[in-house]
Each structure stands twice: as structure tokens, then as C-alpha cells.
Design a protein around this ligand. Sequence first.
Ligand code: BGC
Length: 721
Amino acid sequence: MERLVDSLFALMTLEEKLGQLTQLSGQSTEAGPRVRAEDQARIRAGQVGSFLGIYGAAYTRRLQRIAVDESRLKIPLLFAYDVIHGFRTIFPVPLAEASSWDPAAVERSARVAAVEATAHGLHWTFAPMVDIARDPRWGRIVEGAGEDPYLGAVMAAARVRGFQGTDLAAANTMLATAKHFAAYGGAEGGRDYNTVDLSPQTLHQTYLRPFQAAAAAGVGAVMPAFNEVNGVPMHANADLINGVLRGRWGWDGVVVSDWNGIQELIPHGVAASRPEAGALGLHAGVDVDMVSAIYLQDLPAVVRGGRVLQREVDEAVRRVLRAKYRLGLFQDPYGYSDVARERAATLTVDHQAAAREVGRKSIVLLKNQGNLLPLAKSLKTIAVIGALAVDAGSALGSWSADGRKEEAVSLLDGIRHAMPSAEVLYAKGADVEGSDTSGFAEAVRVARRAEAVILVLGERRGMSGEASNRASIDLPGMQEELAKRVQSSGKPVVVALMNGRPLAIPWLDEHIPAILETWYLGTPMGSAVADVVFGDYSPGGKLPVTFPRATGQIPLYYSHKNTGRPPSEEGNTSKYLDVPWTPLYSFGHGLSYTTFGYGAPRLSRRSMRATDTLVVQVDVTNTGQRPGEEVVQLYLRDDVGSVTRPVKELRGFRRITLQPGQRAAVTFTLRSEDLAFYDRRMNRVVEPGSFTVFVGGGSADVKEARFEVTTGTQLGDALLR
Ligand code: BGC
């Protein structure tokens, strides 16, 4: 690889080098995504290294031929795209997949996405998004794994393994991109792109943790975030990109800017001109300039004037060439552009079955009073109510690559297929938004005719995702009113929520007996939901994010600090007058059609040195009548520290299946890195003292035990493996 890179390097002009650092975007046309005529000329002239949003086996082959046959240096192009949760077969949105707490399922999802995407000529995905999000107003919460750095780290690594496989050069694996580096989810007020101002401890412990896991899993690329962190926009943040990511962590992949991120250094107010913005970006360690064309157009003059920038260009170009090499493109530039494979590997029966399986694993049963769910298959008349029940497009969620709504199964269709001999009635009731109540009467009529009602409520898919923030996380429009009317029909009502963020739904929680969080589950959504509703599958998902009771509680997350005046009903404590301080549904919450009993956690020792390991074991028993899956969760608290520590932090989990009456001993091993934190001087330390271990089926439903750490230690922060 190095010989090839060196030999190319010796031939390259500065303009050709900057061409390799330039990424241009395609345009969507009726024939599919296409590049502009002038951009084809740029390929020939060696002025472009990669495209985003261009795919299709035959078309990418044609473009690749221009690069390989008609450009002077014959360097193959890279084709990149946002393949976030599936390419044509769409899987659950990432927040839903995180609700599965099943890294093997999430890895499989990314694997299938890579198989389909690479068959369409794609080499590179801008996923996984690994941003921690503790503000559900922020629309991009849907694209990540929720609020917790430990769960986020496990999911990040699983997705990287799924996309990249074990051999990047294989034609069905693709380069993954951990994004958005860093703290993008920390935007003030939940407004996308907004300012982020954080302590270094929170930055490193919470927001950087999943990036570190992605880096340790070998992620090939990282994308900086649009936001600033503590006054420095990430596209100019040399301390975090070159300093932490490349320097302290020793990661050696490609950094690709976000869309126009280099140019945006100007409105951020750290660059006065395009050349200045380009120099800042390059100097920070951003190798590839997505769409602003500043590197291509404005950097030549600047770079010629400075040694440092020349060296930085060279390093960036080497990183891009190495990525192309690792993907196998110098050996076979057309390996990914295979028309036969494209036909065979798209929306296969296997892929759809995998998406349905991950879909049902991702559903969270929030409430099930009187075991209303599952509904009996012997029901003769069922009412399905709600605009979202027929919105197959929304089932796909934000970012759906080449997914098609005509291929998606709506909730109504899923329920109809599952109950061929029942009469399934439908009424819209109300739109998702707006104030029209003219459909209420019909909805109530339909409810009255049925033995049970499935009421589908939530948000359209465009209400979460990029730049899709909401100032209130209440149910939009007249949907809560609709729920009140339908509930007053006196029929048993099951609510299925379709949404891309936690919603504040205290009324539903109080009055509706059964509530399923179904998020957006992708192409087979309706089938996956029907599997759960009629009991072919017992739900086992758990919330990866806290559900507040009211928007005003935000940010609300389980791993908060205790404060000097922990909340309680009495006196001057950290609480609200108008809303309880507790969440509606806590992190890790999720019910099953069966029940699980937990024994007390057993510890292998009561005291340990920081460098020892501690084994925690817990007996979990299926105490109900049906087989079921449970996510056994382990949390830890450092009881007294030199800085305050959260009341609880996730440090292990396992999704297990138990038959009725069956018991399993679940084992977790705690190591020094599980006990460590960043102290006042930003050293990663384990301090001596007492720790509490909590084990249970949710962060608020745990049994505990204590142990002592007798001697402390200091850990490095090179890549955690
Ligand atoms: C988003 C990125 C995405 C890029 C390319 C940007 O607007 O922030 O997440 O990868 O567009 O589509």
C-alpha cells in the first residue's frame, strides 16, 4: 500500500492532490442520481476524489471508467452515501434498533445495508451516527442510540463491524463513518446546529465515548459536527481532531467534512474568507471537503505559500489513497459496480425477514394493564385508527436511502395480513398535525363497532431528523383529543406510537391500558408490529432514552448527579412545583408478555484493587406463563469521589431468552475501565472507596450490592479495546 501511495504521490500536482480531497454531490433525476456534465469533466481532470449521493451499478461503473481510463493518474473514485438504517430494505431507525439492546441484531442490520448498498456501487456510508442525545427536542435523536454512552459505544462498534465486516476489500463491505464528531447532540435548546458548551469531563466521558468505541472497532472515517464546542467550530477544531482523535487515540482514518462544513466556518465567525476557512479546516485535520469545493478552488494559492499546509495536504491525500487501497479499488475499481449482484442482492426475502426480526426486537412495551396485550387472534372485528396507521412512508423514518414507501408495510396492512379472517375497520380520526376534528365522530363509530382498538399516534417521519426540532415533545395536533374520544367509546384501546423521539404522553399513560413504542421500523413495519400485537412474539425491547412527563423537564436522563439536595416531595429540594421530577418512563424500561424475577446480585469479592476484576452474577427467572426475552442491565455508582459522580451508570447488559419457569445465571465482569472517570485534572482514574452495583430489568428497577476498591490507579486513554 505504501509503495503504491508513494509512487502516485510522486506524480501528483498540487491540483490533483486537492482533487483527491474534494467530494462533490450528485443530483437526483428521474433516471436516478446523476452527476452534472461539468463534474464529469472534473473527473477527467483529476479534480474530484469522491461523490456523495451517486449510486447504481451501471452508472457508477460508467463514472469509474472515466476516472480510471481517462484521467491522467487513473485513481479510482469513491462513491459515498447516507446508508443509515438500510439501503433498499429499510431497517428500524437507529433509535429503535438501540431499543433492542441487541448488538448482534444491530450488526446484522448494518451488514445487510452494506450488502445492498455495495451492490449498487457504493463504497462508503456516512454512518453510524453515534451522537449521544439527551434532548428529545433535537430532531436527530432519531439517528443515534439515545442518551447513554455505554449503550451508545456498544451500538457504535456493532454498526462499524456490520458495515465494514472483516475485510474492507471484499466487494460487499463498505467504509463506515462515525459522526458527528463531537457533541452534536449537546445543542442548546435542542436546536440543530446550535452552540455546545460543555465541561471537558462531560465531553470526554459522555459524548466522545461512542467515538472512541467506533475508533477501536476500526471505523474507516469520521465526520466532524456542524456545531462548535466551547467556542471552536468542529471543522476547525484541531485540538479534538488532530489532538484527541488522531493523537491521543492513535486513530488513522479519513476525516470527511459535513455538508459544506468548511464553508460554514465563515458564518461561525472564525474565518473571514473561503481561503481562510479552507486553511483552518485542513489544519484541523479535515481531509475531505464535502461540496464546498474550497479545497479545490481556494487552497492552491494558500498552500503554495506555506510549508505547513503543504505537509498537511500530503498527509490528507495519503489517508484518502489508503482508504481507496483498503477498499480494494486499486486492484479492482469495478468490484462494487456489478449489475448482476445489484439485481440479486436487493430487497431479498432474507433481507426483509431480517428487518422484520430486528423490527420486533426493537419494540418496547411501555404499559400493559390487565394484560390487554397480546390481542386474541380469535377477535372478529378490530378497529385501526390514526393517520399514521396508513402512512407507509413514515414507517421508513428519517434517511431512507433507496427505500420505497410502496414496498413498505403500513401498520394497517400488517394487521390485515395477520388477521385474514377478522374484519379490520379503519378510520383516520385526525391528521398528525393541525386542528381538524371532523374525523372524530367516524373514529368513535368505528371503535364502537370493534372488539378492540389499535390507535396509532405520534409524529410523521419528517418531524424528526436533520433540522427537524420541536419546541414541545407533546403529541402533535389533535391526536390526544382523538385518544380521549376513542377511549370514551369504552372499548379496550391499544396505542401504538410511531415517533422519532421520546414524547411526553402523561394522559395516555394514565388512561390507555396498553402502549407500545414502535418507533419507525422500516420496510416491514406493519408485520413486525402485528407479530407483537397478536402475540407471535413477546416484546423485549427497552428504552435507550428517558421519556419525560413534560417538555420542561428536559434535559432529563437517568445518569444524573445527585446534587446536594436530591429531589423529594418535601422541602427545598431539586424538584418542580407543577410536575413530578421523575420521568414518565425511565431509561432501560420495557415490559414483556411474561414476567421476570431477579435475585440479589452476587459479587465474586467484596473488595478489590483497581487493577483486579470483579464478577457480578445474578439469577433471572421467567416467572410468567410465556417464553420471553429480557435485557438484564448492570449499573454502577462510585459512592464518593474527588468530583461528583452520576447516581448510576450502565456498565453491562445482556438480552436473554427464558422459557416459563426457566432460570439463568447472568454474569458480568467489571474491570478498571468500568470504574474509571476523568478527575479535575482530566486524568482518567479509579479512586479507592465504596461502589454500588445495581442489577435489574431497567434503570429504576434494580437490586443492589456494595464493594470496596482498596487502591486506586490511573489509566491512559489510548483506544479502549
Ligand atoms: C448531515 C450529515 C450527512 C450529510 C451528507 C448533512 O447535512 O449532517 O449527517 O452525512 O449531510 O448527506
